[in-house]
Design a protein around this ligand. Structure first.
Ligand code: PLP
Length: 456
């Protein structure tokens, strides 16, 4: 309790996370004293460029990829746009004219469809099941040698559902398509992704992957760091040359690492991976795209030669420094997400509550998504906000009101039910005390709305 009312409890970490104090401290000099343009040749400029390079070193190490394979962008949204539009522009001469998106992708992917149509591509959605998991068997039927790219996220931002990304990648590559994976919600926390993927084993046993059709062979993992691959004019390794992981990447998913290491997970590693700083206690307005060496993509922003001509525009030096610092710090922070989420769910006392994904093994450790049938999410969220709990529906808002969730609709919910989704997302710093208190306030809010035990 504060003098102004109950202390606020923030349970919307899938939307954004608080900036880590150490990250703010690392950024501060780049907002105040150090102002050089990284493209300038003088000392101030060189210092700024070095700072960006250090961050790139950290991010590439975490991804287990080469330094030159990381392109900094202004957001996860821009990274996904660069991946998909860039691949479409870079392969216009190809006979591959179909692009497949998971039906529950983030809008930064789905809303590209009309633009891609104008470029002459046909976008099709891969259906999902009731918990939002892409249907691998249907994807297999959809794939053909006319598919340029498959985009499937590692985990859904609304439900938290972990996707069978290894299988998706292997199938995409088997058909000779590129694989873009939006890892915005899973970067630095993807051990669940690996575990679930190894358990899911969703790929039917009769599927055989013809590796010879894969024009994007996974890079080999070699351990000799001195044997650097030859670079092209923009500093990326030449297509077909071996690339090596830098750093040990020990704290990240072997899926992300499979981008540079084919041995661990077969040929499912994506050519393109989108990440974003503000979901991992870094600053807003910074993202990055991993582009596997040799992948044919074109820029979507034109101007100066920044980011090896993949992304024009003077770099957000402070933001990129903050991104690097978050990637460096976050893996060693205590992680209270699963404990807090489980405590919250255990504290809910509402008989007609519906958990959208009943098996918690299927979702990210910080996610809880539920509905109180008959209660609009908006009503509940406004009440919770007044009671000091910040949560979300996870769905888009327009003119101040929540739209029916495209994710829930893709899962087969009616338009009405798709307005009832409540998303609680827990952060590394969330305590079990906060989770217990949030559950108590939730029960009170539900009771006030005439749901739960007080319902006649
Ligand atoms: N992809 C997913 C899964 C997201 O959750 C988000 C943000 O909510 C994005 C992409 C977009 O990232 P950004 O907010 O950095 O543009």
């Amino acid at each position: 309790m504060t003098p102004f009312g109950p202390a606020r409890i923030y349970l919307d970490h899938a939307a954004t996370t608080p900036l880590l104090p150490q990250v703010a401290a690392a950024m501060e000099p780049w907002l105040r004293q150090k102002f050089g343009n990284p493209s300038s040749l003088h000392a101030e400029g060189r210092r700024a460029k070095d700072a960006i390079d250090q961050a790139r070193e950290i991010v590439s190490s975490a991804l287990g990829c080469l330094f030159a394979e990381v392109v900094f962008t202004s957001s996860g949204t821009e990274a996904a746009n660069l991946a998909i539009v860039g691949a479409a522009l870079g392969n216009e001469d190809s006979r591959r004219q179909r692009i497949l998106f998971g039906a529950v992708e983030h809008h930064c992917v789905l809303h590209l469809a009309p633009f891609l149509a104008r470029l002459g591509y046909l976008v099709e959605l891969i259906p999902v099941d009731r918990i939002g998991r892409v249907q691998v068997a249907v994807l297999e039927e959809m794939l053909g040698d006319d598919v340029l790219l498959v985009s499937v996220m590692a985990a859904n931002n609304e439900l938290g559902t972990l996707q069978p990304v290894y299988d998706v990648g292997r199938l995409a590559h088997g058909a000779g398509a590129l694989f873009h994976c939006d890892m915005v919600q899973t970067f630095l926390s993807s051990s669940e992704l690996e575990t679930r993927n190894s358990e899911l084993n969703a790929l039917p046993s009769n599927v055989s992957i013809d590796s010879s059709r894969n024009p994007h062979p996974p890079a080999t993992s070699a351990s000799n760091p001195s044997n650097a691959p030859p670079l092209d004019s923009v500093g990326l390794p030449l297509p077909g040359t071996n690339i090596r992981a830098r750093g040990d990447g020990a704290h990240i998913s072997s899926f992300a690492k499979a981008t540079a290491d084919s041995s661990a997970q077969g040929e499912g590693g994506p050519e393109l991976v989108t990440i974003s700083a503000h979901k991992i206690n870094g600053p807003k307005g910074v993202g990055a795209l991993y582009v596997r060496a040799g992948t044919r993509i074109k820029p979507v922003l034109y101007g100066g030669g920044q980011e090896r001509e993949m992304r024009a525009g003077t770099e957000n030096v402070a933001g990129i420094v903050g991104f690097g610092e978050a990637v460096r710090r976050v893996p060693s922070l205590p992680d209270g997400r699963r404990g807090a989420r489980d405590r919250f769910l255990a504290g809910l006392d509402i008989p007609d509550l519906a958990l959208s994904v009943p098996n918690l093994q299927d979702i990210l450790p910080g996610h809880a998504h539920l509905r109180i049938p008959g209660v609009q999410a908006e009503t509940m969220l406004i009440l919770l906000d007044r009671m000091g709990v910040s949560a979300s529906s996870g769905a888009a808002c327009s003119s101040g009101s929540i739209e029916p969730s495209h994710v829930l609709q893709a899962c087969g919910y009616s338009e009405g039910d798709a307005k009832e989704g409540l998303r609680f997302t827990f952060g590394r710093e969330t305590t079990v005390e906060d989770a217990t208190e949030a559950a108590k306030r939730f029960n009170e809010a539900a009771a006030k709305l005439g749901s739960g035990k007080l319902k006649p």
